[in-house]
Each structure stands twice: as C-alpha cells, then as structure tokens.
Ligand binder design. Structure first.
Ligand SMILES: [Zn+2]
Ligand SMILES: [Zn+2]
Length: 334
C-alpha cells in the first residue's frame, strides 16, 4: 500500500500485489497523481485499474483525465458512477471565454472574503481541479475558443471531447459482493457517508495471504465495517477531526453538523473507540488518514490511536503512521 495523498483536498492510494496494481481514488489532478507516483517509484504504466470509493471531489478530481491517459478501466458502483456523471455534466453550455470570466469573478469574490471564511472540507482545492478539467471539455465543444487549456485533447477520442464523463472502460461492482482484479480479491463494504453509494475496501493478495483495508469517509463505524476490518494486515483508517477543535473551529454550525453526523467523518475519538473495542490487534501497520487540516493535529490523532491500542502495540506490529495531504507516504510493503 502506498498512500499518495489523504485528506479533504485529495485522496489516492496504490494497492499492489503479484502482477496487479490498482489505484484507489484519483482525488488530485492527473499531473499531481503522476508526479507523486514517480516520487515513490510507482510506474503509472503498470496500473491495471482505478477503483472509486465515492463521488466526492476529493476522491475523483483527476479521474477522467488519468483514466483516459492511461486507458484503464474504472470500477464504481452503479450509483456512484451515475452520481459522478451527473456531477460532470454541465447544465448549461458556455464558451471558454465566458467560463474564464466566471472563474475570474469567482476568484475576486473569494479574495474579498475574510480569513475566517470557510470552504466546506471536501470542495476546496479539488473543485479547482475539477473546474480545470471541465474547462477542457467546454473548450472542446466551443469552436471559437482557443485550445491552450486542452490538456489531453490530442489523445482522447472525439466522443470524449463532447462527453466530460467519457471513460475508456467502466466496470460496476456492488457493496457486499467480492470481485477480483488480477491477483487481488476485493471486498467492497458499505460505509455511512453522505454520498450516493460510498464504499470501503478490503484487498486480499491471494498468493501472499495478505489483507489490506481502506476505511475513510465514514460518520461512524457500523457493525458491517467492524466485521470487514477483522484480520487485516494494513489498515488505512479515518481519523478526521478532534471534536473540540471542530466545535471551537471556524466552520458554520451547519458544516459542523454535517462533519459530526452519522454520515460525516470519523473523529479521533471514534477511531480510537473502534481501535480499543472492536479492532483485533493483528495489523502490522495502522495508517491514520483523511485528517482535517483545520480541525485536527497529527499529534492528537496519533495520541488517541496509540492510547487506544495501548499494550497491544509492540515492536512486531501495530505501528501507527499518519497519512499526509501534501506528500506521499513511503510504500508499506509486507
Ligand atoms: Zn473524502
Ligand atoms: Zn467524502
């Protein structure tokens, strides 16, 4: 497992076993994803598929560009795919020039906001990238627009230019039903989060008998998730916010309510409760992820998790790592 990025501004993780490599989520620009893969020595050319947890921008911002460039299939649930397509399909047609004007006005408006103004957690940097991608598509349908922004217009089929949600290949899976990609068996499980059909995953490398799991973007840990996370060797678990920091922080009440809700994000306390009460203690490594930059501190997340694991921490296992937003983690190899 290689966590390329984790947090409200973008998520992506590489899972590899045998001759199979899968990218889970593509929540940063294609360029940034490729840059980070190069940084940790992952060859994008070896990626067999992209797997999507849910359609929030911090998980799909670079998806279409990356999938088209690499010409690899994307696995979604049908509902997530539909929600993603809806999100990408512009309701109105506008020229590239018009779009630029709009972006400029938007930028100026934002500059006027005070430092205390907030941006909802999952829509900040990622939305900028999404806009850039949409500009490519808008550019392509407007014959009068210049083509400077058409990043990959040379490499995509004509159909792709007209359809922002065009992907080289789409595969559907269902939560609760296992499937395989090459050497990796995948068990998707439903997570409680405010998206169309959000999922976490357990990956099983058949030949090595190694299991790795990803469980981020969940409001709480329901019984099906507790079951799914048994006997995993590496666990990427959300530890999103410190409850006090969130309550005292700059978010408006409605956003605080959303984060705290049963379909929001897992707090340090909730992650710690899971680790103390329900976790079987068998993991080689626990990676804490999707940390809020405004409402959490890495030290607080680590402390809560380490206290919860308590005496089960040993030199042999249960080491706690923190996934970061701005830099990839070194590959975790078993
Ligand atoms: Zn997220
Ligand atoms: Zn989300």
């Amino acid at each position: 497992m290689t966590v390329l990025a984790s947090g409200s501004k973008g998520n992506a993780t590489v899972i590899a076993a045998g001759s199979t490599t899968i990218l889970v989520d593509a929540g940063m620009s294609c360029k940034e994803l490729l840059r980070r893969m190069a940084q940790v020595g992952e060859d994008p050319g070896t990626l067999n598929a992209i797997l999507i947890t849910h359609e929030h921008l911090d998980h799909v911002a670079g998806l279409s560009v990356l999938a088209r460039r690499l010409k690899i299939p994307v696995f979604f649930t049908e509902q997530t795919h539909r929600a993603w397509v809806r999100m990408l399909t512009p309701r109105t047609t506008m020229s590239y020039t018009k779009w630029l004007e709009l972006m400029q006005r938007d930028k100026e408006a934002r500059a006027e906001q005070t430092a205390a103004a907030y941006a909802p957690e999952e829509e900040s940097a990622a939305s900028a990238e999404q806009s850039v991608e949409q500009s490519v598509e808008l550019d392509a349908v407007d014959p009068t627009a210049h083509s400077a922004a058409s990043v990959d217009s040379d490499t995509v089929a004509p159909k792709a230019k007209a359809d922002p949600a065009f992907l080289p290949e789409v595969e559907y899976f269902c939560a609760g039903h296992g499937f395989s990609i090459g050497d990796i068996d995948i068990n998707p499980f439903t997570i409680p989060h405010d998206a169309a059909d959000p999922c976490g995953f357990v990956f099983h490398a058949r030949s090595e008998s190694i299991r790795m799991a990803i469980a981020t973007d969940l409001g709480y840990v329901p019984p099906n998730v507790k079951m799914a996370l048994k006997h995993v060797d590496v666990l990427l678990l959300e530890s999103n916010h410190d409850l006090e920091m969130l309550k005292d922080g700059p978010y408006p009440w409605s956003v605080k309510q959303r984060v705290l809700s049963r379909v929001g994000h897992l707090s340090n306390t909730a992650a710690a409760e899971f680790l103390q009460r329900d976790y079987d203690g068998g993991a080689h490594t626990i990676v804490l992820g999707h940390l809020s930059e405004r409402n959490n501190l890495p030290e607080l997340a680590r402390l809560a998790a380490e206290q919860a694991i308590g005496d089960r921490m040993s030199l042999l296992g249960n080491r706690v790592l923190l996934a970061a937003q701005d830099a990839p983690l070194n590959p975790i190899c078993l």
